[in-house]
Design a protein around this ligand. Structure first.
Ligand SMILES: Cc1cc2nc3c(=O)[nH]c(=O)nc-3n(C[C@H](O)[C@H](O)[C@H](O)COP(=O)(O)OP(=O)(O)OC[C@H]3O[C@@H](n4cnc5c(N)ncnc54)[C@H](O)[C@@H]3O)c2cc1C
Length: 390
């Protein structure tokens, strides 16, 4: 039976009245494209001149979408989610670092999230973004093959690979499943190859390394089939986070500009169909896979609920997880967890200045133009009225 995601009492049970009101006003504000654009420009300017903005950002948009500035500061968020049966995935959200020292520091911080997960049942996964531990240009140059890289670039690639291996081997040693986020298609082959090698190395008994597959690409169902053959060939488990994909506009623009075939599906329906087909394929081959559905789409959540049932899996089979982002789609997270499904939320954290690009993306994604806000806002409105007894 389909899950009813309209129960706002369950959806917002983790929020006090004050927190609920705060979220309501925040989504009301980011619902305005003009306000978001003005806010974006003002923030970029403030950051550029190093004007302090923490006092304004931290108690508002940061508090909605991030757990804290450090792992320790995330403790209360981890506890609140855990109290309601939702796991935390600590997401160190630094972007755009390029120096070797910064990339090493990010690697070390990701390892600390793995160590924290080891000692805390409320944290079922760790995660990292490959661009957090490598220069973007190195991943791009290595995309077709490693042949032909200059000596310097080869050294850069080896450093990326060593950092990735250090993170993955620690996840394996401490038995903490680890997601590798997917990024732009022009660096994704580099990431895919490295993920496959890590899975062959570390996924012999269980899925420890999870690659991410973006179903807004028309070639990804075939890639999933390739991963299933890899599982058979090497007797490993494939960990896969299935997402639709976050960089559609950028992908389409680049393909047009450079004159190659658009890697993105022709329309939303094609993405939705492939996403749901990918869920079905993984569950039909669950002996080869462990999956996490990273999505805020209610229909896909229900497709997966249905597939769990059809494939006779228990609701909390450790091979099947649902995941959403902190501050978004609580109605999916908490309604699923209250029924006994495995659910976790990405809890981004990092210094306020450093997570600003992430916060700006969340605000833009939640403008009324992009369409998420009206859903979040209506749910918050409904719950405020319910609590007032109306
Ligand atoms: C836990 C979690 C982890 C994530 N990890 C990653 C990651 O590693 N890499 C990554 O890229 N993204 C990641 N995302 C973001 C994700 O890819 C989506 O951008 C976001 O979740 C919105 O998609 P949705 O499934 O929630 O559903 P919806 O809101 O129903 O779908 C929106 C998505 O559909 C696709 N779409 C929209 N319009 C069209 C169109 N005209 N043609 C074709 N496709 C279209 C786009 O992918 C768009 O983002 C993650 C999301 C979550 C919740």
């Amino acid at each position: 039976m389909a899950v009813d995601f309209s129960n706002t009492e369950v959806a917002f049970k983790s929020k006090s009245d004050r927190e609920l009101n705060k979220a309501y006003w925040l989504f009301k504000m980011v619902g305005s494209p003009t306000l978001v654009n003005v806010g974006k420009s003002m923030t970029s300017f403030a950051l550029a001149i190093r004007f302090p903005i923490k006092w304004a950002v931290k108690p508002t948009i940061f508090a909605q979408f991030c757990g804290g500035e450090t792992i320790n500061e995330c403790t209360s968020t981890i506890e609140v989610l855990n109290k309601h049966g939702v796991g935390t995935i600590l997401d160190y959200s630094l972007e755009g670092k390029e120096s070797e020292a910064d990339l090493d520091a990010t690697r070390d911080e990701i390892i600390r999230t793995i160590e924290r997960a080891k000692s805390d049942d409320a944290i079922p996964f760790a995660v990292f973004k490959p661009t957090g531990i490598s220069k973007f240009s190195i991943l791009e140059k290595a995309n077709n093959s490693l042949e032909g890289l200059s000596q310097l670039d080869r050294k850069g690639y080896d450093s990326f690979y060593e950092r990735m291996d250090a993170i993955c081997s620690q996840a394996h040693r401490l038995n903490v499943p680890l997601f590798v986020d997917a990024e732009d298609s022009w660096i994704q082959d580099t990431i895919d190859r490295a993920c496959e090698e890590m899975m062959i190395k570390y996924n012999k008994e269980n899925a420890i390394i999870y690659t991410t597959v973006q179903m807004y690409r028309w070639d990804r169902l075939d890639y999933l089939k390739k991963l299933q053959r890899l599982a058979e060939e090497h007797s490993i488990k494939i960990g896969v986070k299935l997402v639709r994909g976050a960089y559609m506009e950028k992908e389409r623009e680049r393909a047009k500009e450079k004159g190659y075939k658009d890697p993105i599906q022709p329309n939303k329906k094609a993405t939705d169909d492939d996403y749901n087909a990918a869920l079905a394929f993984c569950l039909e081959h669950i002996s080869n896979f462990a999956i996490c559905a990273g999505s805020h789409n209610e229909d896909s959540a229900n497709v997966l609920v249905d597939l769990i049932n059809k494939n006779n899996l228990s609701l909390n089979d450790s091979r099947v997880y649902f995941a959403q982002l902190l501050g978004m789609s609580d109605h999916i997270s908490f309604n699923l967890s209250s029924l006994g499904y495995n659910v976790a939320k990405y809890v981004p954290y990092g210094p306020v200045r450093e997570v600003m690009p992430y916060l700006i993306r969340r605000a833009q994604e939640n403008t009324s133009v992009a369409g998420q806000t009206s859903r979040e806002l209506n749910l918050l409105k409904k719950e405020r009225l319910r609590r007032k007894g109306k």
